[in-house]
Design a protein around this ligand. Structure first.
Ligand code: HEC
Ligand code: HEC
Length: 326
């Protein structure tokens, strides 16, 4: 954060000095008028310079032109900022930096680092690809400035910590972290560091997933066939994943007891379709048609998987989307 320049405050000081000088000297009317003029002039300069400093400050806080791309012809008003993972050398060498590093470690090794809170064998970055900083893989860049927001699933305002816990209880089939715990603070710190070059409170380009046509109905028989052709080589015939000796995965489970539960966003046909359309098969994003993505998603999301308790309490206002699991 830049502060106002000393030049501005010295102009202000001059203006204050001129006011006091005018009242002390008790000159004739003619001189008084001149003194007042100078005061007004000084005040005007101060105002202009104050505005300039404020404009400079705003400019410095905005991403540079190269970081901003037009979000498309239909949103002329707001060019959305684009995202990337900042260089790791910019993580400061202090307590905050230590928390950022811990957050990154948790995000990429969640199953190993937090066994009490993870009930499957996934990491946050199984879905939030590339350290949670990949466009259209639900990136975390900018999130600490976007939350708290109202969420229809909860029917109330959620803080970023509560949103993170939503993924612990569903995507990780596990338990919420204590809201004020060091590990929760570390995750939020990591997300804050990812957001350091972004304007506050603006959704960046690539938030969430690519769009998919939600009016399409899944053909799960075709989905099963396509899964065998395009997915099982990595994720296994039944979506069970592939593992190293220490239990960490080579390729993550997309079904079965090592996968996300049926209350997770990824268990919803159209959410999963949007993720895989943009990102799967791994390295070949955007190669599936909307119908293929919906067919495959309708198939693998409904394979056996852990069951989330109390799903009936979700969407308390009766506005649940059609692909929500009950
Ligand atoms: C099985 C896949 C999966 C895993 C694993 C997962 N998430 Fe998520 N996450 C999602 C989906 C799906 C969404 C919703 C994206 C959307 O709304 O478009 C989401 C959304 C989020 C959001 C909100 C993003 C936004 O744009 O508002 C945050 C923050 C988040 N997850 C954090 C985490 C953290 C932290 C972990 C690890 C503890 C984690 N997630 C693990 C699938 C996953
Ligand atoms: C070349 C191997 C490969 C292929 C083929 C592939 N994936 Fe993936 N998939 C991955 C990798 C790698 C990840 C992310 C793991 C990470 O970065 O930690 C992933 C993540 C996922 C996830 C989120 C994590 C999870 O386990 O729930 C889903 C869902 C998924 N893939 C579905 C699919 C579907 C459906 C297909 C077929 C259209 C497919 N994948 C094809 C390698 C593959």
């Amino acid at each position: 954060m830049k502060t106002f320049s000393p030049a501005t405050s010295s102009v202000l000081m001059a203006a204050i000095f001129a006011i006091s000088a005018a009242s002390i000297t008790g000159c004739s009317n003619e001189h008084d008028i001149k003194a007042v003029d100078r005061v007004e002039e000084a005040a005007a300069i101060a105002r202009v310079q104050g505005l300039e400093a404020r404009a400079d400050q705003l400019k410095n806080d905005m991403p540079t032109a190269t970081e901003v791309t037009a979000a498309g012809a239909d949103s002329v008003a707001g060019a959305k900022p684009t995202i990337q993972m900042p260089d790791e050398s910019t993580i400061p060498d202090d307590e905050y930096g230590a928390a950022v590093r811990r957050g990154l470690q948790i995000a990429t090794h969640t199953y190993k680092e937090l066994p009490d809170n993870v009930g499957n064998q996934l990491n946050c970055t199984s879905c939030h690809l590339a350290n949670g900083a990949e466009a259209f893989a639900a990136p975390w860049n900018g999130m600490p400035g976007i939350y708290p927001i109202y969420r229809t699933r909860a029917g109330r305002i959620n803080t970023i910590q509560e949103r993170i816990n939503g993924c612990f209880e569903r995507s990780m089939n596990g338990k919420a972290l204590d809201l004020g715990s060091d590990d929760m603070n570390a995750m939020v710190s990591y997300m804050a560091w990812l957001s350091k070059d972004l304007p506050y409170g603006v959704s960046p380009e690539g938030r969430g997933f690519v769009k998919v046509d939600k009016t399409l109905e899944p053909d799960t028989t075709n989905g099963e066939k396509l899964f065998a052709e395009k997915c099982s080589v990595c994720h296994g015939e039944k979506g069970e994943g592939q593992y190293n000796d220490d239990g960490t995965y080579v390729f993550p489970a997309v079904a079965g007891d090592k996968s996300f539960n049926d209350g997770a966003g990824m268990a919803r046909t159209y959410t999963a379709a949007a993720f895989i359309k943009g990102k799967m098969p791994f390295g070949q994003g955007n190669s599936l048609s909307d119908q293929e993505a919906v067919d495959i998603a309708g198939y693998f999301t409904h394979l056996p998987r852990p069951v989330k308790a109390n799903k009936d309490k979700d969407w308390p206002n009766g506005d649940a989307p059609k692909d929500v699991r009950r």
